[in-house]
Write a protein that binds this ligand. Structure first.
Ligand SMILES: Nc1ncnc2c1ncn2[C@@H]1O[C@H](COP(=O)(O)OP(=O)(O)OP(=O)(O)O)[C@@H](O)[C@H]1O
Length: 359
């Protein structure tokens, strides 16, 4: 059982313009396991924020169940929910800090609101959070004196000072520049490890998902349309947002255009895990009468798993190229044609060649 289970969540907002209302979330079921850094990605308006706000019941689902740490919290009263929310910190795109309070006071606020915690303990816990988020020298500063990255650090410290088990992040890096985004991601990753957190991250930034998440769900029009480990989703992208990630390299686009123009045989090979270190191309040219030029290669580590792509140009007889592709597939390498001379045409050629060879 996951630490968070969403079962058939539907959220419809009443609307004067749209008679039946706005269907923000349509029948979403997800299981988030303890220790996951779970990314929920999608374009603006896909329903991500609404879905994450259903996890801590800031938004009440129209129907469906929210189960957190084994308890069905869907019908909890506000008082009961307050206790649950203490176990779930949340951070936002625009930080939501109290401008009239300094950093120390901002971080201390949730503990003060709880009551029953001594001044000494509050001080110790806030100091611990200041240290963990690298803000020791900013305790007396006010939000207006901080950069965006520092403000988000304060928000993270405030979200975690109550020692929750779950951290919900709603576009936490969307208002930050790329360098600061990297630093905040690094901080979240180290805090997740040190504090044994489960993190749910909503974002429209693929780079964020790629650099920190171990699992990902893709949302479109209120539905989850793809879900799985990072490697599963990126090795066989289905939705436009995950395909975009694969198309992003400018070089690849140019290579496709060139292949189409010149009817060349370009193939993109994807190597996952140990296969990334396989000498498959060497074996290919040794065993098949094809010429291979490597046009582009890239290797990344996605949640600890090597994920390599190689764009190659293959020259040779139609039959030999088909055999070479079959060979690569037999080595558990994913092979995708990038425009140009299509497999179907090659099959036709092969039939013609077979006729010639076999009479
Ligand atoms: N309180 C609300 N009242 C009415 N409609 C809402 C409300 N909140 C969200 N919506 C609508 O629900 C849909 C999903 O919005 P949501 O904010 O969840 O999407 P999102 O994927 O998080 O996008 P964004 O990143 O732009 O916030 C949108 O059509 C939005 O206009």
């Amino acid at each position: 059982m996951g630490i968070i289970e969403l079962k058939n969540i539907v959220k419809t907002f009443p609307s004067e313009k749209v008679g039946e209302g706005v269907h923000a979330v349509r029948d979403v079921s997800l299981t988030i396991e303890e220790g996951d850094i779970f990314g929920i990605i999608g374009y603006s308006g896909a329903g991500k924020s609404t879905l994450v706000r259903c996890i801590n019941l800031l938004e009440k689902p129209t129907s469906g169940e929210v189960i957190v740490e084994g308890k069905n919290i869907t019908a909890y009263s506000e008082v009961e929910l307050r206790a649950v929310r203490r176990r779930m910190g949340m951070i936002f795109q625009h930080f939501n800090l109290l401008n009239s309070a300094n950093v120390f006071e901002n971080i201390a606020a949730p503990l003060k609101n709880q009551g029953r915690i001594s001044g000494k303990e509050i001080r110790e816990r806030v100091e611990e959070m200041l240290r963990l988020t690298g803000l020791e020298d900013k305790a007396r500063a006010y939000p207006s004196q901080l950069s965006g990255g520092q403000k988000q650090r304060v928000a993270i410290a405030r979200a975690l000072v109550g020692r929750p088990r779950i951290l919900l992040c709603d576009e936490a890096t969307s208002a930050l520049d790329p360098n600061t985004t990297t630093q905040i991601i690094e901080l979240l990753r180290s805090l997740q490890e040190k504090l044994k957190l489960t993190v749910v991250m909503i974002t429209h930034q693929m780079e964020v998902v790629k650099s920190i998440c171990n699992k990902v769900a893709v949302m479109e029009e209120g539905k989850v349309i793809e879900e799985g480990s990072l490697v599963e989703v990126f090795s066989e992208p289905k939705s436009s947002i995950t395909k975009e990630f694969r198309e992003k390299t400018l070089y690849r686009k140019e290579a496709i255009a060139l292949a189409e123009k010149n009817k060349r045989n370009l193939y993109e090979l994807t190597f996952i895990g140990e296969k990334a270190n396989d000498p498959a191309i060497m074996d290919l040219v040794r065993n098949y009468p094809v010429e291979v030029s490597i046009l582009f290669g890239n290797i990344e580590i996605l949640s600890g798993v090597p994920f390599g792509t190689l764009t190659i140009d293959m020259k040779g007889e139609g039959k030999d190229i088909l055999d070479a592709v079959a060979y690569l597939k037999s080595r558990e390498i994913k092979v995708e044609e990038l425009g140009g001379h299509k497999i179907e045409e090659r099959k036709e050629e092969r039939r013609e060649e077979d006729k010639i060879w076999n009479g």
